[in-house]
Design a protein around this ligand. Structure first.
Ligand SMILES: [Fe+2]
Ligand SMILES: [Fe+2]
Length: 287
């Protein structure tokens, strides 16, 4: 069996990625308004311009994770009560869901909605770990984590079609799933994630984190951010949330965990916190 990927196949994958609808720019419009403490009415008018995002912001805001002390029934309530950090998180979550929801990434042996659960779980985990480590820019980490496996949403169909070839490499050559993907399809879901991020004109650091979430040591910049997404992905996968056939049992300890100062006791605490956070975000996962 030849394992070299065909050029037409690679081109087909790249074309499919380019056909993804543009990433809504509402989040990048709201950020500068928040930074310059613009009046609420200005922020509200940017969000309400997009009715789908408005509906999602309201739905997600009603999750106990975000609205512990308040009942939120209007967009204005959401803006007032969520606070800047959480409002931005809710908006970027609302913007991202459309790419994950409604499809079952069958190639990765995931049921419908499971890749979205994995995305939200990983984003919540970056927040949990990032707070413990005192990471300043939690929004960038949250966004990168939410989108880290975006390449899978496109590649899944091809992984399914070429599953036997990929699995043979994993079994016979003991390859990682990621490396087998690249060998057979000509591109892996990390590399495809970079192309999608560039196509969407996401911030550079988000693209770097998406593109190195399985190989943080190879990142030439933003090492802390990339490592944070890597450990969060690993811990969420270890809980069995959306790892599917790509999941491989690895201990939640290696040099990346150690470099960040994450010891095994902290891993246990973060996993317990995540289980709690996920319980509170059921509306994310089912909406
Ligand atoms: Fe991945
Ligand atoms: Fe992942």
């Amino acid at each position: 069996m030849s394992s070299s990927p065909s050029q037409p196949l690679l081109q087909e994958v790249l074309d499919a990625a380019k056909k993804l609808p543009p990433f809504p720019d509402v989040v990048w419009k709201v950020m500068p308004l928040i930074e310059k403490t613009a009046p609420l009415s200005q922020i509200e008018s940017v969000i309400k311009y997009d009715p789908v995002i408005t509906a999602k912001v309201l739905a997600f805001s009603q999750s106990p994770h975000f609205s512990r002390r308040h009942s939120i029934s209007s967009l204005r309530d959401a803006i007032v009560f969520l606070g800047e950090q959480q409002l931005i998180q809710v908006i970027v979550t609302a913007c991202s869901e459309r790419y994950f929801a409604g499809q079952a990434p069958v190639g990765y042996d995931l049921r419908e909605g499971e890749l979205w659960e994995h995305a939200v779980g990983t984003a919540l985990m970056t927040e949990i770990v990032g707070k413990r480590l005192g990471v300043q820019d939690l929004f960038t980490a949250f966004t990168a984590a939410l989108l880290h496996d975006i390449g899978k949403t496109v590649l899944s169909h091809y992984v399914e079609s070429y599953f036997d070839s990929i699995f043979t490499l994993i079994k016979k050559k003991k390859m990682r799933f990621l490396d087998a993907e690249r060998e057979i399809l000509g591109i892996d879901h990390q590399q495809l994630g970079i192309l999608i991020g560039e196509h969407w004109q996401l911030p550079r650091e988000v693209i770097v984190a998406i593109g190195h979430h399985h190989s943080p040591q190879q990142a030439e910049t933003n090492r802390e951010l990339v490592s944070l997404v890597y450990v969060s992905n690993r811990m969420v996968s270890a809980l069995g949330i959306g790892c599917g056939v790509d999941g491989f049992l690895q201990p939640n300890q290696d040099e990346v965990f150690a470099d960040l100062g994450i010891h095994s006791g902290m891993v246990d605490q973060c996993l317990a916190d995540l289980v709690e956070a996920i319980k509170e975000t059921r509306s994310f996962l089912t909406s």
